[in-house]
Design a protein around this ligand. Structure first.
Ligand code: SAH
Length: 359
């Protein structure tokens, strides 16, 4: 519930309005996951709330820590659906990568989450709770976070197919009485749900946008990301241009491009990408190059380090800013496109480690 909804709820229980602020602060400011811990409320009220509402719904099934410090949390909903969240520490700030859906309905050919199919949309509460659980685990229950937390909606699922719950969760998380993670610190990544890009462009307080492209021709993108058959590159980049026009001074947006060895990583592919951006006059787009994270069930392999650099250089020579992303948490199945509710002990996991060592 947003603070407004919580106020309505509290009033319906016949309680004074200030209780809503207290409860909201308890959940989102102090990050308490049980009414019994809200010791600033009378005991009888805590019991009343416990009867009337469910505060916490996710359980942490397993937790894995990578050699690079990345942590993957495998959680379950009350109806047994997997939810994965990744904590990515960096020197100056931390990033939490959360899931918007359990599984994913899109069938991107290079992504392991796609193999799960869609299990269901997550509720706004389930989205917010992922962040609360991770912050409590990393910094201690309710403890101040040492520096700002960035959020990326880049875990399992397609955020723009769960638009309302996503936007509501972001509104709750940006509340200054709660987590206070403002939209400027959030990035939402979409595989290209075109109508929602237009809707997103109209939002007043909105997060940053990233669009997963990974191919500059319809022929190749149809194969890699079948969502392209529903909304092709022309429709996608026209929407991106409309979005670009709504950016404020100095703001940019991102195209993600997963580099797949021998598939989309030649100099010619890089040139096609630049031409595509030029065709739609996209001047404020930057390209994030994501080395492919392999898995046994996927028929792709990462580009060589030299190819990644050459691709980046071709883009930059032609005037497009490009950044190579460092894969994080590959050894625990926490990197992009690896979230498939995997248990690290499973047999396929040890073979992935062998792949990683070889890279
Ligand atoms: N559904 C959304 C958000 C989740 S995927 C989207 O598609 O944008 C987040 C990013 O990981 C996307 O850019 C996606 O293309 C990328 N990705 C998927 N599988 C990957 C893999 N195996 N290796 C590297 N990146 C991958």
């Amino acid at each position: 519930m947003t603070r407004g909804e919580l106020t309505t709820f509290v009033e319906a229980l016949g309680l004074p309005k200030y209780r809503a602020d207290q409860i909201f602060r308890g959940i989102h400011g102090r990050r308490l996951l049980g009414f019994d811990q809200m010791t600033d409320l009378p005991k009888a009220l805590r019991e009343q709330l416990d009867q009337a509402a469910l505060l916490s719904t996710l359980t942490v099934e397993s937790k894995y820590t990578s050699s690079d410090g990345t942590r993957r949390f495998l959680m379950k909903t009350t109806d047994g659906r997997p939810v994965e969240t990744v904590f990515i520490p960096t020197e100056n700030r931390d990033t939490i990568c959360f899931s918007s859906q359990s599984g994913c309905p899109l069938k991107c050919d290079f992504c392991l989450t796609a193999k799960l199919g869609l299990l269901r949309n997550l509720t706004a509460g389930e989205i917010v709770e992922q962040i609360i659980i991770v912050l409590n685990d990393v910094y201690g229950g309710g403890a101040e976070t040492p520096h700002g937390t960035n959020l990326v909606a880049m875990g399992a699922g397609e955020p723009f197919l769960n638009f309302e719950n996503l936007i509501k969760a972001l509104e709750i998380m940006s509340d200054e009485h709660g987590l206070f993670i403002v939209p400027g610190r959030v990035t939402v990544s979409t595989a290209g749900i075109v109508p929602k890009i237009y809707e997103f462009a109209k939002l007043e307080r909105r997060p940053n946008l990233a669009i997963s492209l990974s191919a500059a021709t319809d022929e190749l993108r149809d194969r890699l990301m079948p969502i392209n058959k529903r909304w092709d590159l022309d429709e996608l980049l026209t929407a991106a241009k409309t979005f670009e026009k709504t950016l404020k001074r100095g703001e940019r947006f991102t195209f993600e491009y997963v580099l797949l060895g021998g598939v989309n990583d030649s100099d010619e592919h890089a040139e096609q990408l630049v031409q595509l951006l030029q065709k739609y006059d996209l001047r404020r787009a930057k390209i994030n190059l994501i080395p492919h994270n392999p898995a046994e069930q996927l028929d792709y392999h990462p580009s060589t380090a030299e190819r990644v650099l050459a691709f980046k250089q071709t883009l930059e020579t032609l005037g497009v800013s490009a950044y190579v992303r460092t894969p994080r948490g590959r050894d625990i199945y926490a990197a992009c496109g690896q979230l498939a509710a995997k248990d690290v002990q499973s047999a396929s996991f040890s073979s992935l480690n062998a792949v990683n060592r070889a890279l």
